[in-house]
Design a protein around this ligand. Structure first.
Ligand SMILES: Cc1ncc(COP(=O)(O)O)c(C=O)c1O
Length: 736
């Protein structure tokens, strides 16, 4: 009896202890509710077998609920990417930093991120800036840890990749007075985008004028505003470039995309007026599209901020969240990512240099040795010394090694003037020297492209080796925001927050650190085919746009698309364009190009903003902006001289029964004396958007109805004491 009681006590005690222990270790998992589906989905995708020559991603799975499908590396095909495509060309052209993907596969847990559907839906953070203060702090910490940039007492601006930032810098540095056109230069060989972007956006403010060296001793250079791009380390040749031009009228933009210890020695922290960095080449996440600039001067910073706001109205908060998670992992792992990246680049360079140096037909440029403060070593970037063993870089006995992202190759033979063609004949795709402002004896080979790149890189090396072996070719180879654009005037669609809170489980997403880090998808496009299909489906379901046999362009918000549309239409069609809304007017004024004369539009462009698309299930169909020639439906007409206006239409689900539930209320002050309706409302503590800013008269004010419930309550509550006849709310039916 005693023993059975004792036994029962013992069993009870052991069970209780077990429950405690289990609760301590897996208790949190038991509490998982809405993240479970997303977590299982992410793990299923990560576990999909693609033979080591491809990777399954979440995109298709999320879009259709399908089984994960392998996305194969170049030259591989088949359901599991195991089939090699014979005679496939070795692509050493693109600068996709996929070589870091294996690092993120090794850091699955620390880099994974759960993004709930309700996460940071608004345009801005609660301090009304577009950039997370936490991300900014982390970026400063990364620079101080690596020692590659001074960030104290400096401004930091973020953008959709450094590509957007570089262009914003040119706008900001060119004189406000458009009578003096800034000359934009870069020393040869230069990063081709410097030329391409400047020429594309060429305006009365600035013009691309080629090689900086040709302007060195010219007298007219000292009398005009000069802007010099300095890519350091340089793409393509890896040199730590310095400014060629000097003087009071020379402004510089330092592109330091590769100023990280895995690509170059870091002799000293960068401390220039405008220094641009990117997540793409630091963590490899080119697909996240996040770059930043460290800026000394507040005026330049403010001008760049205006550019960024008008160009894309902020930076993807999903991208910011992901960048935050990734940079945190970088800091938590000490020097690990740099060591990993360095080893990878180093081993590729060793193989390349070994191959090239076995002939005299090709050559690589010499680089001077520099002391690297990050690794406390002198590092030399010289093609003749590259054979440090594959130990951890900081243990490497021979400090003279190289690890650059690109090889700048020169064809040495007299007859090989077209080096691109020489390599092409050997099935190696490179990038022509003339794209870098250089001669065609040079080509750029890329060595930083991923697991995919390992195959590609290996293929390139093999091809080079074959050339040599055959003797065929080689003997030889924050933001001080302008308040009037925010507050109630801001169209933050936060009213949908509750919907996403209710649908947490179905909308949450687990984003692994390795997910889609490339610039492009496997079909070399910037846009997921699955996303495009889904957009077609949404429009077909809602019935709000014909999308069959139409091209779809995606952008960083519709703000960027509007500007792109003006560019595209004005370049081709010399007649007058139809409509402008406030931002387009500002955009256009800012980005005015020589050929941009607002031609009349012969066809209409429909822009649908993702951020303003309410949810079918809450009863409102898409809010969309239609830009159409002479489509005058507004009660507040556009002011004289303005060419168009905005039409906000919302429809109820019943498509036959059109009823407007507009995202904005378009108010008109009816009293003779209330010419400034904005001021009338402001006096009542309601901040709207002035009619004049939208091309209408100032008797009209726009109020946003799509912000939070609290904001809306405040507006309604505050407006109640206003005398009824004071403000006429324009009823929805007046819109149609
Ligand atoms: C020198 C240089 N600057 C900028 C970029 C663009 O980087 P991001 O991905 O940040 O736009 C690249 C990309 O290859 C580059 O080589």
């Amino acid at each position: 009896m005693v023993s059975s009681k004792y036994l029962a006590c013992l069993v009870f005690s052991v069970t209780l202890n077990l429950l405690f222990i289990v609760n301590i270790y897996v208790g949190d998992q038991w509490k998982l509710s809405w993240t479970t589906r997303a977590a299982l989905e992410a793990e299923r995708v990560a576990a999909t077998y693609c033979s080591g020559h491809g990777r399954a991603y979440l995109d298709g799975l999320v879009a259709d609920g399908n089984q994960p499908v392998c996305s194969c590396n170049t030259c591989f095909t088949g359901p599991d990417c195991s089939r090699f495509i014979p005679r496939c060309a070795a692509d050493a052209d693109s600068g996709n930093p996929l070589f870091l993907e294996p690092f993120w596969m090794q850091h699955l847990a620390s880099s994974a991120l759960v993004v709930p559907g309700w996460h940071q839906m608004g345009y801005t953070y609660d301090d009304r800036t577009y950039v997370s203060k936490e991300l900014e702090k982390l970026v400063r910490r990364v620079h101080s840890t690596v020692g590659n940039a001074v960030t104290e007492n400096r401004f930091i601006i973020f953008g959709a990749g450094s590509t957007q930032i570089l262009n914003a810098a040119v706008f900001a540095l060119s004189a406000e007075n458009t009578s003096s056109t800034a000359r934009v230069v870069s020393s040869v060989p230069y990063y081709p985008v410097d030329q391409e972007q400047t020429e594309y956006f060429s305006s009365t403010k600035f013009k691309f004028e080629g090689d900086a060296y040709t302007w060195r001793n010219r007298s007219d250079a000292s009398s005009t505003n000069m802007i010099e791009f300095i890519t350091s380390p340089n793409n393509p040749d890896g040199q730590l470039k310095e400014a060629i031009l000097h003087g009071p009228n020379v402004k510089t933009i330092y592109d330091r995309a590769y100023y990280w210890p895995h690509f170059t020695p870091i002799p000293a922290p960068a401390d220039e007026d405008v220094t641009v960095f990117t997540l793409s080449k630091l963590t490899g996440h080119a697909g996240t599209r996040l770059g930043w600039a460290v800026i000394k001067d507040e005026t330049v910073f403010k001008r760049m901020m205006i550019h960024m706001r008008l160009n894309s109205m902020g930076i993807s908060k999903d991208a910011q969240l992901r960048a935050f998670r990734l940079l945190k992992t970088v800091l938590e792992e000490g020097t690990e990512i740099f060591d990993f990246a360095y080893r990878t680049m180093q081993s590729r360079w060793e193989r390349l240099v070994r191959t090239i140096s076995s002939s005299d037909r090709f050559s690589l440029p010499e680089n001077n040795p520099r002391y690297c403060t990050f690794y406390n070593k002198v590092r030399k970037l010289s093609p003749d010394i590259a054979f440090c063993s594959l130990k951890l870089v900081h243990e490497c006995p021979d400090p003279s090694f190289r690890s650059r992202a690109y090889a700048w190759l020169k064809c040495e033979r007299e007859e090989d003037k077209d080096c691109y063609a020489v390599l092409k004949a050997a099935n190696i795709i490179s990038r022509r020297g003339n794209l870098f402002g250089s001669e065609d004896r040079y080509v750029r080979l890329n060595s930083d492209t991923g697991t995919w790149g390992i195959n590609q890189f290996a293929a390139a090396i093999h091809a080079l080796q074959a050339l040599i072996a055959l003797g065929l070719y080689l003997d030889a180879f924050r933001m001080p925001m302008d308040d009037k654009f925010l507050q109630s005037a801001n169209g933050d669609p936060l009213f949908l927050d509750h919907f996403w809170m209710q649908h947490s489980a179905s909308s949450a997403l687990v984003v692994p650190g390795w997910h889609q880090i490339s610039y492009t998808y496997d079909d070399s496009t910037f846009i997921s085919k699955e996303l495009e299909k889904l957009i077609h489906k949404v429009h077909a379901t809602v019935g709000n746009a014909v999308t069959e046999k139409r091209f779809i362009v995606f952008g960083a918000g519709s703000t960027q698309l509007l500007s792109a549309a003006v560019f595209a239409l004005s370049l081709e069609n010399p007649r007058r364009i139809a409509s402008l809304f406030r931002k387009t007017i500002l955009n256009t004024a800012l980005f005015t190009t020589k050929s941009d004369n607002f031609p009349q539009m012969s066809h209409s462009v429909v822009l649908v903003s993702y951020t303003d698309v309410p949810i079918l299930r809450v009863g409102v169909v898409a809010t969309y902006i239609v830009i159409r020639h002479r489509y005058n439906l507004s009660i507040c007409p556009p002011s004289e001289g303005a060419i168009g206006f905005i039409l906000y239409i919302s429809k109820m689900l019943d498509l036959n029964n059109l009823m407007v539930m507009a995202a904005y209320a378009w108010l008109k002050c009816e009293r003779e004396e209330d010419k400034d309706c904005y001021a009338v409302l402001k006096a009542a503590n309601i901040i709207g958007c002035r009619g004049k800013l939208i091309g209408a008269e100032n008797r009209c004010v726009r109020l946003s109805l799509i912000r939070t419930e609290d904001d809306f309550d405040m507006n309604v509550h505050i407006s109640l004491p206003l005398p009824f006849e004071h403000v006429t709310s324009i009823a929805s039916e007046n819109f149609i």
